[in-house]
Design a protein around this ligand. Structure first.
Ligand code: AVI
Length: 323
């Protein structure tokens, strides 16, 4: 078993390796998975409260209005005990609505929230202990890509992958990931997956370009994280947050753009990087789906769509699939 210090060292080494690969490539990129350090988690919580960021409210509405329906779908799959595995659990606010209902109905399950942010998992576990003292729960802080095949193959599983986290993969990557989930499940197991749907492009763009500049801080925190953890000397004031939305692919993409010619040193890599004025670093994809793409993603990976649960205005869907 790795000690906490060893885990931090491994995490930092991986971060350094990925930063080197991304900044050495042309065009440059940095992975959005590194947004979520302690500061990034706090900024993301602010994003979820923003007027422009409709996604969280839509999904919460689905969970509040349709918990009964969701519960029914979960219980139809069998009455045996199951593992409720949540990929990218975050603060678990939507799942708590479901957990409360499952406990009330006397369902026998173990909740396993997984998140890349150790800090988010610790906070979630401590709030679960207070809110649901009788809940059987085990939090895992890891990249969910890495832990999928560690699950007991015999137990019944309900996997939750919400918050439009699937949108942070391009379609082909998303399909490969869904295939990985399918391989870890048995026939009859369930996957509940949240998709942000295609809609007015102006509304989508505004969600990634809020007036208060919170999403800007979220994006630029990547540079600050490199400064903090890898001894970089990025000046975030010399970089611009630039989001765009492509209605053809449905991808909202975020970039960090160098506002001037500049050189940045990263001690942990023992290297300097030259940025030219207006050079972009790609940082994030947030793909928006059509219902036809949702169905295709399910069916090409061995799932069938059992039910689509929408918010009232049909901005968002939690799609319930069975293997
Ligand atoms: C976590 N993920 C689904 C968010 C999204 O909408 O892509 C992350 C985010 N990035 C900027 N704002 C929110």
């Amino acid at each position: 078993m790795a000690s906490a210090a060893q885990a931090v060292k491994k995490g930092t080494a991986e971060f350094a390796k990925d930063v080197l690969a991304g900044l050495s490539s042309s065009p440059r990129y940095l992975s959005s998975k590194y947004f979520y350090d302690e500061k990034g988690d706090a900024i993301f919580r602010q994003i979820m409260q923003l007027d422009e960021y409709y996604l969280t409210r839509c999904e919460l509405e689905i969970f509040q209005r349709q918990t009964g329906e969701l519960n029914l779908l979960l219980s139809e799959a069998g009455s045996q005990p199951f593992q409720l595995i949540e990929l990218g659990a975050g603060d678990g606010s939507k799942t708590k609505v479901l957990i409360r209902e499952l406990l009330r109905k006397g369902a026998s399950f173990k909740y396993v929230p997984i998140d890349i942010s150790a800090h988010a998992v610790e906070e979630l576990m401590s709030s679960l202990r207070t809110e649901f003292p009788s809940l059987d729960a085990e939090g895992i802080a890891d990249d969910y890509f890495e832990v999928l095949n560690l699950f007991d193959h015999h137990s019944r599983k309900v996997v939750l992958f919400m918050g439009a986290n699937i949108g942070n993969y391009r379609y082909d990557e998303a399909s490969r990931f869904i295939k990985k989930i399918a391989d870890a499940l048995n026939p009859g197991d369930i996957l509940v997956i949240g998709f942000d749907l295609k809609k007015d492009p102006a509304r989508i763009l505004a969600a990634y370009n809020d007036k208060k500049g919170v999403t800007r801080n979220f994006n630029l925190n990547l540079l600050e994280r490199i400064n903090r953890e890898l001894g970089g000397n990025f000046d975030p004031g010399k970089f611009i947050h630039y989001p765009l939305y492509d209605p053809v692919s449905g991808e909202a993409r975020s970039y960090i753009i160098s506002a001037c010619d500049q050189q940045v040193r990263i001690d942990a890599l023992d290297m300097s990087f030259q940025f030219s004025q207006w050079e972009p670093i790609h940082t994030e994809v947030s793909k928006k789906y059509s219902l036809q793409e949702v169905r295709q993603l399910a069916e090409e990976n061995g799932f069938s769509v059992k039910k689509n649960l929408f918010d009232e205005k049909e901005n968002f869907v939690d799609s319930v699939w069975t293997k």
